[in-house]
Structures are given as structure tokens and as C-alpha cells.
Design a protein around this ligand. Structure first.
Ligand code: PLP
Length: 394
């Protein structure tokens, strides 16, 4: 991160390079929304989604954006992005169906699951999807048999030292296997058009993209030397969001990506695709949750709230994220250590033990900002509890 700071500090002060978690609504708005819709309530700001999309597009001119609804498939996000000309990156027929319903056409979709079930592959193909990814020989056989005329990207495994979630641990061909796989796919009659990678999710340092792009460039050169001219590069997702720690602004981050793209591929005329999930939606949603129980255990206040690890806070389990919790007027109230727990009967359903909060009243509302990505998407109805209601606001 040091290099970004150095290069940016001449014309930006730190506050313009870093951003921290901010709710999309005030406590007054939260009270009104909770009154009207009940809690737990996940509030998505369409204008915040658009602000993120526009920031990325402005800093990465010419790059095509395919939103990854794995992060959040909610209709207000999909429709807002569809209406503003974004495309979509699906991994299953279910995601494709949600995207079609929101208005995306199959031409504005890419399928990025490198290991597809036959039904996932053939159903998406039957509905018009024509861009897919692969990372191994067995997938080549599947594609030859069921969808021989599609456009393919080879997914590469890349190292991602600053990412919270390493997506190359499961997917991606090694650099050594890349050209042999490209040749094998071509020999099987498939139409390989380019390469893709994912630096890992919540990738805090854009330098990870720089390394990945240099690696992809080596493979482009090796492929060209055996007669395969690739024309598409898909730089995946990974753009970070602010949680308890601040991260670079989208602007500063994407400008760094732009310099890396220019340095590694500026001499070629390529189609460049990005697949942001978290970067598009995480900070565009705020959760409103209510204190439904309160007790003192071993001298510590315990607050039971109406959403927890099995619900919108599931990101703490699957996404390794720790969400900040905000109480109204906390600056003016004495803060103490406490435990905040979710509503299920599972004693592991604890949201946090290390955040200082004021003495909360029963029925008091808490806000959790940056709850838009990998939250409701992985929530369950465990214990027969309802999921947080999701609404879109302007
Ligand atoms: C998860 C995923 C994304 C989105 O990643 P973010 O880190 O949320 O931006 C994009 N592409 C693929 C292939 C993914 O698996």
C-alpha cells in the first residue's frame, strides 16, 4: 500500500485516499423505516450502488463491468445496475434466472464457474449464455460434448497476499499448465478467447493485481508464441470495502489498477472485463437490527439482537468479515465492553465480544454499515427465524 500512498499523497490528503464504513441512512431514517417495515431490515441505497459503479467506470475507462451477484442478488441492486448499462457475471442457472428477471440479456452475461454441473452448463447455454470459463481438462471434455460453440476464458490461479479470501485456493490453472490447457482446448475445437483470474476477495492492496497482470502477460506472450492470440482479459473481482478498517477509495484503487493495466497490456488492443461483487454493493447497504433481550452474565452486559450469524451476519462465518455496530449518539454516552448475540438458540451465535457500546435499551436500534456483500446472500432460516427483509431506497 505504501507505493499507492506515495504516488497519491502529492495531490490527495489521506482522507481522500481512504474511506471508512458509513451507514447509508441516519438513525432518524432508521426509526421510520423500522416502524414501517419491521426489523431486521437490510436497506440498500440505489444511489450508493450507482456511485460505486460510476467511480469504477470513470477510473477504468473502456473496461466492461460484470457485477457478481454472488455477493448480493437482491433485485434493487440488479435492476439499478442493469438500467445503467452494467453486465452480470453468473455462476449458476439460479443466478442467471435472477439476472434475466432483473432485465439483463444473455449477451450481457458471462458464466464464471470453472467446474460446472452438466445441468448448470446446459441450462445456461439453452437460455443464450455464450461466454464460459474453465481451468482443467475434464471441463474441456464437458464443453466439447455439450456446448462446443461457446467463447472460453481460461481461469488462472494467482497469488493474493493481501486478500482476506483466497479464491485461487480452489480454482485456477497453474501458470505451468496454462499454455498446455489452451492448446488442448484449441485442439478439441473450442474457441478460447482469453484469460481470467481473481486476486481473492477483499483484496486490500491493488499491488496484487499488478503481480497477477504481469503473470497473465507472460502467458499471453507464451500463447502467442505457439500461435494462440488471446484477445480478452478478465481481471475478476476483489475490490475491497471498508468494515472496521478503512480501505482505499474506489477512485484511488481503480486508478492504481488502471496504471497496472496500462503497464502490462497497454501495447495490446484487448477487451478488458472486471467482475466486481463486494466493491459494487458492500457499502451500499446498512442493516437495521433491534435489541430484543438484555442480561448481565459474569459481570458483562449481554444484548440479544434480532439478526445474527445464521442471518445477515453470516458473513462473519463464511466471509471472515467483522461488521462494525453503531448506536445512536454513542459519542455522548459512556461506552463499555459487552457481548452482542444473535437471536437463535445456538450459543455460538455471537456477533461480537470486542466492540464498546453504550448501555443499550430494550428495543433500541443498532445500525451495521457495509452489510451489502456476502450477508443476506448466505443467510439461512435456521431455528425457524425469518431472514432480514431487504428493501431498496433511493
Ligand atoms: C466471487 C467472485 C467474484 C466477485 O468477487 P468480489 O471479491 O466480491 O468482487 C467475481 N468473479 C468470480 C469468478 C467470483 O467467484
Amino acid at each position: 500500500m505504501a507505493s499507492v500512498l506515495e504516488s497519491s499523497s502529492t495531490d490527495n490528503d489521506l482522507s481522500s485516499v481512504y474511506r471508512s464504513a458509513e451507514p447509508v441512512i441516519t438513525f432518524d431514517q432508521a426509526e421510520a423505516l423500522a416502524e414501517r417495515y419491521g426489523t431486521p431490515l437490510l436497506v440498500i441505497s440505489r444511489s450508493a450502488v450507482l456511485r460505486n459503479f460510476h467511480a469504477m467506470r470513470a477510473a477504468l475507462p473502456g473496461v466492461e463491468f460484470f457485477y457478481a451477484p454472488k455477493a448480493n442478488p437482491a433485485d434493487p441492486i440488479l435492476r439499478t445496475l442493469c438500467e445503467s448499462g452494467c453486465s452480470v457475471d453468473v455462476c449458476s442457472h439460479g443466478e442467471m434466472t435472477a439476472a434475466l428477471r432483473a432485465g439483463f440479456s444473455p449477451e450481457a452475461m458471462i458464466h464464471t464457474h470453472p467446474c460446472k454441473t452438466v445441468s448448470n452448463l446446459t441450462q445456461c447455454y439453452a437460455e443464450g449464455l455464450r461466454w464460459f470459463t474453465f481451468d482443467n481438462s475434464n471441463e474441456i471434455a464437458k464443453l466439447v460434448r455439450y456446448t462446443p460453440d461457446v467463447n472460453l476464458l481460461l481461469r488462472l490461479a494467482v497469488s493474493s497476499s493481501s486478500s482476506v479470501i483466497n479464491l485461487s485456493a480452489k480454482f485456477g490453472a497453474s501458470e505451468a499448465d496454462a499454455v498446455p490447457l489452451l492448446l488442448e482446448a484449441r485442439a478439441a475445437g473450442l474457441n478460447v478467447r482469453g484469460m481470467s483470474f481473481h486476486v481473492g476477495s477483499q483484496c486490500r492492496a491493488p499491488e496484487d493485481f499488478h503481480r497477477a497482470l504481469a503473470q497473465v502477460r507472460r502467458i499471453f506472450n507464451d500463447a502467442a508464441s505457439v500461435g494462440i492470440d488471446l484477445e480478452v482479459i478478465d481481471i475478476g473481482g476483489g475490490l475491497p470495502a471498508p468494515y472496521r478498517d478503512s480501505v482505499l477509495t474506489l477512485d484511488a484503487y481503480c486508478q492504481s489498477l488502471w496504471r497496472a493495466l496500462d503497464a502490462s497490456f497497454g501495447d495490446l488492443n484487448l477487451r478488458i472485463i472486471a467482475e466486481p461483487g463486494r466493491g459494487m454493493c458492500a457499502d451500499a447497504a446498512t442493516l437495521i437490527t433491534k435489541v430484543i433481550g438484555k442480561s448481565v452474565r459474569n459481570g458483562l452486559p449481554w444484548y440479544i439482537i434480532d439478526d445474527g450469524l445464521y442471518g445477515s451476519f453470516s458473513g462473519q462465518v463464511f466471509d471472515h468479515t467483522e461488521f462494525p455496530l453503531l448506536a445512536r449518539g454513542a459519542e455522548e454516552r459512556p461506552l463499555t465492553e459487552c457481548v452482542v448475540a444473535g437471536p437463535t438458540c445456538d450459543s455460538s451465535d455471537v456477533v461480537c465480544r470486542d466492540q464498546l457500546l453504550p448501555d443499550l435499551a430494550l428495543e433500541e436500534l443498532l445500525l451495521a454499515p457495509t452489510m451489502g456483500a456476502y450477508t443476506s446472500a448466505s443467510a439461512s432460516n435456521f431455528n425457524g427465524l425469518d431472514l432480514a427483509r431487504v428493501i431498496g431506497i433511493e
